[in-house]
Design a protein around this ligand. Structure first.
Ligand code: ASP
Length: 267
Protein backbone atom coordinates (compact mmCIF):
# COMPACT_ATOMS: atom_id res chain seq x y z
CA UNK A 1 0.00 0.00 0.00
CA UNK A 2 1.23 3.48 -0.91
CA UNK A 3 1.60 5.82 2.08
CA UNK A 4 -0.22 9.12 1.45
CA UNK A 5 -1.35 12.01 3.60
CA UNK A 6 -3.43 14.05 1.21
CA UNK A 7 -4.00 13.35 -2.42
CA UNK A 8 -6.20 15.39 -4.69
CA UNK A 9 -6.80 14.75 -8.40
CA UNK A 10 -8.50 17.20 -10.73
CA UNK A 11 -9.66 16.82 -14.31
CA UNK A 12 -10.73 19.26 -16.99
CA UNK A 13 -12.91 16.69 -18.74
CA UNK A 14 -12.70 14.21 -21.59
CA UNK A 15 -11.74 16.29 -24.63
CA UNK A 16 -10.08 19.09 -22.71
CA UNK A 17 -6.65 20.00 -24.00
CA UNK A 18 -3.69 18.36 -22.25
CA UNK A 19 -1.89 21.70 -22.21
CA UNK A 20 -4.65 23.17 -20.07
CA UNK A 21 -3.33 21.19 -17.14
CA UNK A 22 -2.03 24.46 -15.70
CA UNK A 23 -5.73 25.02 -14.87
CA UNK A 24 -6.18 21.61 -13.27
CA UNK A 25 -2.92 22.11 -11.34
CA UNK A 26 -4.02 25.51 -10.01
CA UNK A 27 -7.39 24.07 -9.04
CA UNK A 28 -5.66 21.24 -7.18
CA UNK A 29 -3.48 23.74 -5.38
CA UNK A 30 -6.59 25.67 -4.31
CA UNK A 31 -8.01 22.43 -2.90
CA UNK A 32 -4.81 21.61 -1.01
CA UNK A 33 -4.70 25.18 0.36
CA UNK A 34 -8.25 24.72 1.63
CA UNK A 35 -7.25 21.53 3.44
CA UNK A 36 -4.20 23.21 4.95
CA UNK A 37 -6.32 26.05 6.26
CA UNK A 38 -8.51 23.57 8.13
CA UNK A 39 -11.32 23.00 5.63
CA UNK A 40 -12.95 19.59 5.34
CA UNK A 41 -12.05 17.20 2.56
CA UNK A 42 -15.35 18.02 0.83
CA UNK A 43 -14.59 21.75 1.16
CA UNK A 44 -11.26 21.10 -0.59
CA UNK A 45 -12.95 19.22 -3.42
CA UNK A 46 -15.50 22.02 -3.82
CA UNK A 47 -12.76 24.67 -3.79
CA UNK A 48 -10.89 22.80 -6.53
CA UNK A 49 -14.01 22.28 -8.65
CA UNK A 50 -15.01 25.93 -8.19
CA UNK A 51 -11.56 27.00 -9.49
CA UNK A 52 -12.20 24.87 -12.58
CA UNK A 53 -15.69 26.38 -12.95
CA UNK A 54 -14.03 29.80 -12.94
CA UNK A 55 -11.64 28.79 -15.76
CA UNK A 56 -13.47 29.49 -19.02
CA UNK A 57 -11.38 26.92 -20.90
CA UNK A 58 -13.43 24.16 -19.28
CA UNK A 59 -17.09 23.27 -19.74
CA UNK A 60 -18.47 24.25 -16.34
CA UNK A 61 -19.41 27.47 -14.57
CA UNK A 62 -18.33 30.44 -16.67
CA UNK A 63 -17.10 28.12 -19.45
CA UNK A 64 -20.37 26.18 -19.75
CA UNK A 65 -21.37 25.29 -23.29
CA UNK A 66 -24.78 26.66 -24.30
CA UNK A 67 -27.79 24.50 -25.11
CA UNK A 68 -29.47 24.43 -28.51
CA UNK A 69 -31.58 27.47 -27.58
CA UNK A 70 -28.61 29.44 -26.21
CA UNK A 71 -29.53 28.88 -22.56
CA UNK A 72 -26.85 27.77 -20.10
CA UNK A 73 -27.89 24.92 -17.81
CA UNK A 74 -25.44 23.28 -15.45
CA UNK A 75 -25.26 20.10 -13.37
CA UNK A 76 -23.03 19.50 -10.35
CA UNK A 77 -22.67 16.93 -7.58
CA UNK A 78 -20.62 16.20 -4.48
CA UNK A 79 -20.21 13.07 -2.38
CA UNK A 80 -18.01 11.94 0.48
CA UNK A 81 -17.30 8.75 2.39
CA UNK A 82 -19.29 9.99 5.38
CA UNK A 83 -22.33 9.36 3.17
CA UNK A 84 -23.00 12.96 2.18
CA UNK A 85 -24.40 13.48 -1.31
CA UNK A 86 -25.93 16.53 -2.96
CA UNK A 87 -26.55 17.60 -6.53
CA UNK A 88 -28.14 20.19 -8.76
CA UNK A 89 -29.47 19.54 -12.26
CA UNK A 90 -30.14 22.00 -15.08
CA UNK A 91 -29.55 24.98 -12.82
CA UNK A 92 -29.31 28.36 -14.55
CA UNK A 93 -27.74 31.62 -13.46
CA UNK A 94 -25.15 30.66 -10.83
CA UNK A 95 -21.38 30.98 -10.99
CA UNK A 96 -20.40 27.91 -8.97
CA UNK A 97 -22.99 25.13 -9.08
CA UNK A 98 -20.66 22.89 -7.06
CA UNK A 99 -21.17 25.13 -4.03
CA UNK A 100 -24.92 24.85 -4.49
CA UNK A 101 -24.58 21.06 -4.69
CA UNK A 102 -22.64 21.07 -1.42
CA UNK A 103 -25.38 23.18 0.17
CA UNK A 104 -27.98 20.66 -1.06
CA UNK A 105 -25.93 17.90 0.64
CA UNK A 106 -26.51 19.72 3.93
CA UNK A 107 -30.31 19.50 3.58
CA UNK A 108 -32.73 16.56 3.75
CA UNK A 109 -32.79 16.51 -0.07
CA UNK A 110 -30.33 14.95 -2.49
CA UNK A 111 -31.01 16.53 -5.90
CA UNK A 112 -32.61 19.86 -6.76
CA UNK A 113 -33.42 20.67 -10.38
CA UNK A 114 -34.22 23.63 -12.60
CA UNK A 115 -36.04 26.63 -11.18
CA UNK A 116 -36.28 25.01 -7.73
CA UNK A 117 -32.50 24.64 -7.62
CA UNK A 118 -32.08 28.25 -8.72
CA UNK A 119 -34.52 29.47 -6.07
CA UNK A 120 -32.63 27.47 -3.41
CA UNK A 121 -29.30 28.93 -4.59
CA UNK A 122 -30.74 32.41 -4.57
CA UNK A 123 -32.12 32.02 -1.03
CA UNK A 124 -28.67 30.84 0.10
CA UNK A 125 -27.09 33.90 -1.50
CA UNK A 126 -24.83 32.16 -4.02
CA UNK A 127 -23.08 34.32 -6.59
CA UNK A 128 -25.03 34.68 -9.82
CA UNK A 129 -23.86 34.42 -13.43
CA UNK A 130 -25.79 35.93 -16.29
CA UNK A 131 -25.82 34.25 -19.72
CA UNK A 132 -23.84 37.26 -21.01
CA UNK A 133 -21.02 36.48 -18.58
CA UNK A 134 -20.56 32.96 -19.91
CA UNK A 135 -17.49 32.91 -22.08
CA UNK A 136 -16.95 29.30 -23.14
CA UNK A 137 -13.69 29.05 -25.03
CA UNK A 138 -12.08 26.34 -27.08
CA UNK A 139 -15.16 25.03 -28.91
CA UNK A 140 -16.31 26.05 -32.36
CA UNK A 141 -20.06 25.43 -32.25
CA UNK A 142 -20.39 26.54 -35.87
CA UNK A 143 -18.68 23.29 -36.87
CA UNK A 144 -21.15 21.21 -34.86
CA UNK A 145 -18.50 20.53 -32.20
CA UNK A 146 -20.36 19.37 -29.09
CA UNK A 147 -17.24 18.82 -26.97
CA UNK A 148 -17.93 17.80 -23.40
CA UNK A 149 -15.06 18.39 -20.97
CA UNK A 150 -16.81 18.59 -17.60
CA UNK A 151 -14.61 19.23 -14.56
CA UNK A 152 -14.06 17.02 -11.54
CA UNK A 153 -12.04 16.24 -8.45
CA UNK A 154 -11.43 13.29 -6.14
CA UNK A 155 -9.52 13.49 -2.86
CA UNK A 156 -8.23 11.35 0.00
CA UNK A 157 -6.90 12.62 3.32
CA UNK A 158 -5.48 9.33 4.57
CA UNK A 159 -8.82 8.31 6.10
CA UNK A 160 -11.73 9.64 4.08
CA UNK A 161 -12.63 10.18 0.44
CA UNK A 162 -14.61 12.82 -1.45
CA UNK A 163 -15.57 13.59 -5.05
CA UNK A 164 -17.10 16.48 -6.97
CA UNK A 165 -18.20 17.16 -10.55
CA UNK A 166 -19.56 20.13 -12.45
CA UNK A 167 -20.60 20.59 -16.07
CA UNK A 168 -22.41 22.69 -18.62
CA UNK A 169 -23.46 19.37 -20.18
CA UNK A 170 -23.11 18.52 -23.83
CA UNK A 171 -22.95 21.66 -25.94
CA UNK A 172 -25.98 22.08 -28.20
CA UNK A 173 -28.12 19.55 -26.29
CA UNK A 174 -31.80 20.32 -25.84
CA UNK A 175 -32.72 22.39 -22.78
CA UNK A 176 -33.59 20.17 -19.84
CA UNK A 177 -31.17 17.43 -20.82
CA UNK A 178 -29.41 16.07 -17.72
CA UNK A 179 -26.37 13.80 -17.97
CA UNK A 180 -24.59 11.54 -15.52
CA UNK A 181 -23.15 14.26 -13.29
CA UNK A 182 -25.95 14.63 -10.71
CA UNK A 183 -26.83 10.92 -10.69
CA UNK A 184 -25.28 9.06 -7.77
CA UNK A 185 -23.12 6.13 -8.89
CA UNK A 186 -23.11 7.29 -12.51
CA UNK A 187 -20.73 10.27 -12.77
CA UNK A 188 -19.30 10.04 -9.30
CA UNK A 189 -19.10 7.93 -6.18
CA UNK A 190 -17.21 8.11 -2.89
CA UNK A 191 -17.15 5.47 -0.18
CA UNK A 192 -14.86 4.19 2.57
CA UNK A 193 -12.46 2.63 0.07
CA UNK A 194 -12.18 5.23 -2.67
CA UNK A 195 -13.58 8.00 -4.83
CA UNK A 196 -14.32 8.06 -8.55
CA UNK A 197 -15.18 10.93 -10.93
CA UNK A 198 -16.07 10.34 -14.58
CA UNK A 199 -16.39 12.60 -17.59
CA UNK A 200 -17.58 12.21 -21.13
CA UNK A 201 -20.72 11.07 -22.86
CA UNK A 202 -23.25 11.32 -20.03
CA UNK A 203 -25.78 8.94 -21.52
CA UNK A 204 -23.19 6.15 -21.89
CA UNK A 205 -21.74 6.85 -18.43
CA UNK A 206 -25.22 6.63 -16.94
CA UNK A 207 -26.20 3.42 -18.70
CA UNK A 208 -22.96 1.78 -17.53
CA UNK A 209 -23.59 2.83 -13.89
CA UNK A 210 -19.97 3.76 -14.27
CA UNK A 211 -18.88 5.22 -10.94
CA UNK A 212 -20.51 2.65 -8.66
CA UNK A 213 -19.22 -0.24 -10.76
CA UNK A 214 -15.72 1.26 -10.71
CA UNK A 215 -16.04 1.61 -6.93
CA UNK A 216 -17.13 -2.01 -6.63
CA UNK A 217 -13.92 -3.04 -8.42
CA UNK A 218 -11.98 -1.13 -5.78
CA UNK A 219 -13.96 -3.03 -3.12
CA UNK A 220 -12.89 -6.28 -4.74
CA UNK A 221 -9.24 -5.25 -4.35
CA UNK A 222 -8.47 -4.10 -7.89
CA UNK A 223 -5.70 -1.52 -8.14
CA UNK A 224 -6.46 1.94 -9.58
CA UNK A 225 -4.71 1.24 -12.91
CA UNK A 226 -6.67 -2.01 -13.36
CA UNK A 227 -9.95 -0.25 -12.62
CA UNK A 228 -9.13 2.53 -15.06
CA UNK A 229 -8.24 0.23 -17.94
CA UNK A 230 -11.28 -1.99 -17.43
CA UNK A 231 -13.69 0.94 -17.19
CA UNK A 232 -12.18 2.60 -20.28
CA UNK A 233 -12.89 -0.62 -22.21
CA UNK A 234 -16.67 -0.19 -21.63
CA UNK A 235 -16.71 2.88 -23.89
CA UNK A 236 -16.45 2.85 -27.65
CA UNK A 237 -13.86 5.57 -28.29
CA UNK A 238 -15.44 6.49 -31.63
CA UNK A 239 -18.90 7.22 -30.24
CA UNK A 240 -18.31 7.98 -26.59
CA UNK A 241 -15.75 10.34 -25.13
CA UNK A 242 -14.81 9.06 -21.69
CA UNK A 243 -12.37 9.88 -18.92
CA UNK A 244 -11.93 8.92 -15.29
CA UNK A 245 -9.96 9.90 -12.21
CA UNK A 246 -9.98 7.72 -9.13
CA UNK A 247 -8.21 7.35 -5.81
CA UNK A 248 -8.19 4.40 -3.43
CA UNK A 249 -6.13 3.34 -0.42
CA UNK A 250 -3.76 1.76 -2.98
CA UNK A 251 -3.02 4.91 -5.00
CA UNK A 252 -4.61 6.75 -7.88
CA UNK A 253 -5.09 6.74 -11.65
CA UNK A 254 -6.48 8.97 -14.38
CA UNK A 255 -6.98 8.68 -18.11
CA UNK A 256 -9.26 9.18 -21.06
CA UNK A 257 -10.00 7.95 -24.57
CA UNK A 258 -9.58 11.60 -25.63
CA UNK A 259 -7.08 14.23 -24.59
CA UNK A 260 -7.74 15.28 -21.00
CA UNK A 261 -6.09 17.84 -18.75
CA UNK A 262 -5.67 16.34 -15.31
CA UNK A 263 -3.40 16.77 -12.32
CA UNK A 264 -2.48 14.80 -9.22
CA UNK A 265 -1.28 16.66 -6.16
CA UNK A 266 0.06 15.05 -3.02
CA UNK A 267 0.97 16.71 0.23
N1 ASP B 1 -20.65 13.89 -18.54
C1 ASP B 1 -21.06 15.22 -18.86
C2 ASP B 1 -22.45 15.23 -19.35
O1 ASP B 1 -22.81 14.32 -20.08
C3 ASP B 1 -20.19 15.86 -19.86
C4 ASP B 1 -18.73 15.61 -19.65
O2 ASP B 1 -18.31 15.05 -18.67
O3 ASP B 1 -17.90 16.01 -20.46
O4 ASP B 1 -23.18 16.14 -19.06
Amino acid sequence: MTEMNHILLTHGGAGSKNEHNDGTQLAGEAGIASLKSGGSLLDAVCRAVAALEDDSRFNAGVGSHPRSDGSVQMDAAVMDSFGKFGAVAAIEGFKNPVHVAQAVSQTRYKILAGSGAARFASEKGFETLSPGQVTAKGVDFSTGDTATDTVGCVAFDGKHFAAGLSTGGIGGAIPGRVGDVPLIGCGLYAGPLGAVAATGSGEAITMNLTAIRAYQMIEKGEKPDQVLSEVLSWFNPVDDAFGLILVSRDGFAGGSNRTMAWSALQS
